[in-house]
Design a protein around this ligand. Structure first.
Ligand code: URP
Ligand code: ZN
Ligand code: ZN
Ligand code: ZN
Length: 473
């Protein structure tokens, strides 16, 4: 087995930082050593196959993005990144594990939906990958199938209180699935927006000629998110299900989650980079059809209402525990363009899987979060939340050697179609400059990105059978 020594860097964890050399044997970390250690009288670096000089740089556990949608069927088309292109882009940005959403569509068997997702991913991924299960139809068969998910290493499922006629679950369905969640320990993940009420507003707006992308954000008002978040929390409270609210964007939804957590309920929240930086006015409201680039659900919120400061604060106070991308890219041409003249037909989603580590690192530079909190919300907590901790989310003996060498004196211009690696014909992040740089990415002991070169291969990534959540309020 090949050995690798990452020398001279500052190893950062969720709880602190230390000057240490990291020794990797094969696919795993075997030791953290005091700088310049001698083992059995010899210089450690002398006997290893490969040495990476990390002097002046941060050595962090690889990012874990717990919310991606490669090839998701949506709005009459498919998310434009395949598992091959999307995981390679993730690797470029310092993410070494993703958890994607296998889909059970309405009328389909859960087992078949999951098998189809294995079929898409197997042999194609650059980095390790796991699955959550979308339950698109709660019925006797799907409830029974959920009993088998844990053995498959799928320990969480997502329901939608939004998108009537597509993935929507009504309250009765939510209640039944949450009872299953409470009985099995499966984590309930919730898309918390009041879909039926949103659709009424959307029809009224469209009929009034308000068809620009901007009105996507008006139809999906924060009240729709707050109300659904509250309802989900109450149903979880009643049933005893652990609840993870995905893509939280409204400060009022944050407050609902914070209150539940203060009451000791196992309720967790995730936000995404787009809600921390982008807005209804500047992005969704861009002239003409340009705003379509930023149509996603939950929507970008109004700058004037100051959701962003509250979201950053919630990341410091642990009212929100982690940041995922909800990576769901669509090209403008032939995809977003389906909604020219009717915002309801624009496929929902933004592509960011490549940029999450950088965008959150900028939060460190800007004094929003600490260096340790950066590692925690992008790697350690996602690993703990979804049953991967120990293997992922930490640099320690016995952990998978998923490691990123991050240069705080480097610089990254992220927002350009020509330089990113996602399969998109535009970027949602044009003009974003990051005061840091992903130098080297190691995935299970193999250097896959180094000095601007991609050294990985499709099929390097393995399926991650996950355990139950390791996170409690
Ligand atoms: O706009 C989004 N978020 N698209 C992906 C599907 C979802 O709801 O997560
Ligand atoms: Zn969603
Ligand atoms: Zn999503
Ligand atoms: Zn800069």
């Amino acid at each position: 087995m090949a050995t690798l020594l990452i020398k001279g860097g500052t190893v950062v964890s969720a709880t602190g930082r230390t000057e240490a050399d990291v020794l990797v044997d094969g696919e795993q970390v075997v030791a953290l050593l005091a700088p310049g250690s001698q083992l059995l009288g010899t210089d450690v670096g002398a006997g290893v196959d490969q040495v990476i000089d990390a002097t002046g740089k941060y050595v962090i556990p690889g990012g874990v993005d717990a919310h991606t949608h490669m090839e998701l069927p949506f709005g009459g088309t498919f998310a434009s990144d395949t598992f091959e292109t999307g995981t390679r882009a993730a690797a470029w940005g310092g993410t070494t594990s993703i958890i994607d959403f296998a889909v059970q569509t309405y009328g389909q068997r859960v087992e078949d939906g999951l098998a189809a997702w294995h079929g898409k991913a197997e042999g194609n991924c650059a980095i390790d990958y796991g699955f959550h299960q979308i339950i698109g139809e709660v019925n006797d068969a799907s409830l029974k199938a959920m009993d088998g998910l844990i053995d498959e290493g799928v320990t969480s499922f997502k329901l939608f209180m939004a998108y009537p006629g597509v993935f929507y679950s009504d309250d009765a369905a939510v209640l039944k699935a949450m009872q299953k969640s409470a009985a099995t320990g499966l984590m309930t993940m919730m898309h918390a927006e009041n879909g039926p009420a949103i659709d009424v507003l959307a029809v009224q707006l469209a009929e009034a000629g308000k068809t620009d992308p901007y009105f996507h954000g008006i139809a999906r008002a924060w009240q729709m998110e707050e109300e659904a978040t509250h309802r989900a929390i109450m149903l979880a409270n009643l049933t005893g299900a652990p609840l993870y609210v995905v893509h939280v964007s409204a400060k009022q939804a944050v407050a609902q989650i914070a209150t539940a957590r203060d009451n000791g309920q196992n309720v967790f929240g995730e936000t995404c980079p787009q809600y921390l930086y982008l807005s209804l006015e500047d992005n969704l409201g861009a002239p003409g059809f340009e705003g379509a680039k930023w149509v996603c659900s939950t929507p970008l919120r109004s700058k004037a209402e100051e959701h962003q400061d509250e979201l950053w604060k919630s990341l410091r106070t642990n009212d929100i525990q982690m940041v995922s991308t909800d990576h769901c890219p669509f090209c403008m041409k032939d995809q977003k363009e389906l909604g020219i003249g009717d915002f309801r037909k624009i496929p929902n989603g933004i592509g960011s899987v490549e940029h999450r580590m950088d965008l959150l690192y900028q939060g460190v530079v800007d004094g929003r979060i600490t260096l340790e909190r950066w590692v925690e919300i992008t790697s350690t907590t996602p690993a703990r939340m979804f049953g991967l901790y120990g293997r992922k989310g930490v640099i320690a003996p016995g952990a998978d050697a998923d490691i990123v060498v991050y240069d705080p004196s480097g610089h990254t211009s992220i927002g350009y179609e020509k330089t990113h690696h996602m399969n998109m014909d535009h970027s949602a992040w044009e003009g974003y400059e990051i005061d840091g740089h992903v130098d080297t990415v190691v995935s299970r002991g193999k250097v896959i990105v180094d000095g601007g070169a991609y050294l990985g291969r499709k099929g390097d990534g393995r399926y991650l059978k996950r355990g139950l959540t390791q996170y409690l309020v």
